[in-house]
Write a protein that binds this ligand. Structure first.
Ligand code: SAH
Length: 241
């Protein structure tokens, strides 16, 4: 079986049906990622089948959630090599997708990739979430869905992401097996930021945590760049760990 046959078989376990054009574009994106990965550190996954499963299909596990809430615009926080934002943008060309990536070099790679692939629904921002989501940052309350994979522990992610979610909107986080522990450690952050965990769902590759923003975000959040990760809300201070 060739690459695509294997992946299409795999996709069935994810309940995913895509057009030939979409499969081709997803494959083209993995080619561009592999090429750029020779120049910079974007992913540790070099095996093609693993890349399909742990990058592409894992990203697309968010699709049913995005469709269920009829998202009008989406921000992917900390896109890195492109996940989950680019696969989502490929299969939802009608949905405006903004990729937020703090590291300039990665943001330039993302912008080049978007241009090469002709993804007209995608915008790349090279900025920090703490800046974009601040009261005068231009991105406060601006997206009805914010996605994030592998961006900080849950309390950190909540502080970075929720200020950019519309009131009533959703944060969709892709987490690992320890999602329940992360949620438990997030009680204080959820309370302060007026949010609730709406769903926790295992997928073949991870755990999706859907967090609903249900009220105003206090003006002091997000704190200045670096502070959310240095001293997570409700976290144990570093020197006492
Ligand atoms: N989401 C990708 C990359 C995860 S690595 C994936 O799952 O494969 C985390 C990425 O988030 C890094 O590229 C890092 O530069 C970016 N990042 C971390 N903190 C950020 C912040 N405060 N604002 C914007 N981007 C951030």
């Amino acid at each position: 079986m060739d690459d695509l046959t294997v992946v299409q078989a795999l996709a069935k376990t994810f309940d995913l049906e895509l057009s030939d054009t979409e499969w081709t574009m997803l494959g083209q994106f993995l080619d561009l990622l592999a090429e750029a990965n020779k120049r910079m550190n974007l992913t540790r996954i070099v095996d093609r089948e693993q890349a399909w499963s742990r990058h592409v299909l894992d990203s697309l596990t968010l699709l049913p959630y995005i469709e269920a809430v009829e998202a009008r615009h989406l921000l992917d926080l900390g896109t890195g090599g492109g996940f989950p934002g680019i696969p989502l943008a490929i299969v939802r060309p009608d949905l405006p997708v903004t990729l937020l990536e703090a590291t300039g070099k990665k943001a330039r790679y993302l912008a080049e990739t978007v241009t090469t692939m002709g993804l007209e629904n995608v915008t790349v921002l090279s900025e920090r979430a703490e800046t974009l989501g601040s009261p005068d940052g231009g991105g406060r309350g601006a997206w009805d869905v914010v996605t994030a994979r592998a961006v900080g522990g849950m309390p950190v992610l909540l502080e970075l992401a929720l200020p950019m979610v519309t009131d009533g909107g959703l944060l969709l986080a892709i987490k690992g097996e320890r999602a329940a522990d992360e949620i438990e450690a997030s009680a204080k952050a959820l309370h302060i930021l007026h949010a609730t965990v709406e769903t926790t769902a295992r997928t073949p590759t991870g755990t999706i945590v859907a967090v609903r923003r249900a009220g105003p975000i206090p003006k002091i959040y997000p704190r200045r760049p670096g502070e959310p990760a240095r001293a997570p809300i409700g976290g144990v201070p570093r020197d006492r760990r």
